[in-house]
Design a protein around this ligand. Sequence first.
Ligand code: LM2
Ligand code: CA
Length: 459
Amino acid sequence: AAQAAPPGDKDVIANLWSWNWNSVARECSGHLGPAGYGGVQVSPPQDSLTRGGAVWWDVYQPADYTLTSKFGNESQFAAMVRTCHDAGLKVYADAVINHMTGQGSTSYGGRSFGKYNYPGLYSANDFHYYSEDCGNSDNLIHDGDYGGSARNVQNCELVGLSDLETEEEYVRGAIAGYLNRLVALGVDGFRIDAAKHTNPGDLGNIYGRVSGSPYIYQEVIYGGGEAVQPGQYTGIGDVLEFQYGRYLREKFYGNIADLRTFGETWGGMQPGGKSVTFVANHDTERGTTALSYKDGAAYRLANLFQLAWNYGTPQVYDGFTWSDREAGPPHSGGFVTDAVCGSGWECLHRDAAITGMVGFHNAVKGSAVANWSAPNANVIAFSRGAKGWITINNGTGSYAGTFATGLPAGTYTNVTGGGTVTVNASGQAAVSVPAKGSIAIVAGATSSQAPVTFNVNAS
Ligand code: LM2
Ligand code: CA
């Protein structure tokens, strides 16, 4: 049965999208564990259609539930899970269970298949196409269906992918068998891909067959007035909060002072306790509604804000560098090569300001936002109780001011870039916040260092 909150005190999830298993393992012990991340999300581990490395999206077209994929084989996957556990991280796998591949005939694992025919796993009668009328004569989901009926969205085919008949006993058992095999290898939870396209009743039934209590968070993209809503899924697990990144993009290109009330009261947003947040993911970074690494400093600052704010379970996203939005990650013969930060791979999760804020996030858990201040549209500051304080300057000039921090008097280290901050006996700090920069301090992280100059612009 699913558990509806991320386990443990350390809950920040690094989303190492498209990273191969050996590189995820290396990152868990070398960087994510030491920085205080609580979990790592990994790409879909099942065998899939191969397009020979040319595109990233072939892995969202399952060919079989065996674990040879473009990211490695089963023993590499199992070793990665063990290494990440040893480093103190939970491992969450991207579970593609709404559909099977809708194109091609061969997989990374060397299997042969055809549409609606995946030997040894599924055949024609396991798909909505054969078993049930989805409501559209061409069996495809059309844009207009989202505002219409859930039946179209959940029983028709998403971009022509073979839609599994999740009402069927055999299909439910087969999907649960796959998830249970991952649990047996140590996987701690799942991102449920395309959850919006599977009936929540069917998903709840499937989760009920999974052993242990995996953490489940589901991809249900919010759309105003749509027939399928994230709130229909919060009874069976958590949801990925898509409004979060949309609003952050809007505000970081507008007025960040508006963020004072950011959270559940904003249109379309779910309760923070039910939400996994992200500034970007692999889909939104290729779209127009979210910030991405291509936005430079604003993207980085939005991620710092996310780690400081009191809403949801934060994810820090890291994929590969791209210009063609369909292109796949660096590979050799189709199989993803080891991630090299700064050479084909973005590594925001290693950034010193980000890791400092992972520590901040862990330290301030449970403390409410206080001491809000927004001297202008580009500068905000707030504390989390008396545990931590941050100021963010999204403007193009530095900002000097005095702020109430909520922290006891002392000299603190700026965890987002070095240097020190002195808090006086009234809890105030006079600081100069660099352009497109930040300063954050955490109770307990005091310093006797002499103040040094620092600049946390995105590099
Ligand atoms: C998801 N969420 O619901 C993933 O986050 C998203 O990245 C996936 O789409 C989608 N579900 C299916 O798992 C990606 C990609 C699509 C791609 C599909 C399947 O964004 O472009 O579709 O994966 O690989 C591709 C072609 C499309 C074609 C389809 C089926 O781009 O033109 O449709 O395969 O053959 C005829
Ligand atoms: Ca479906």
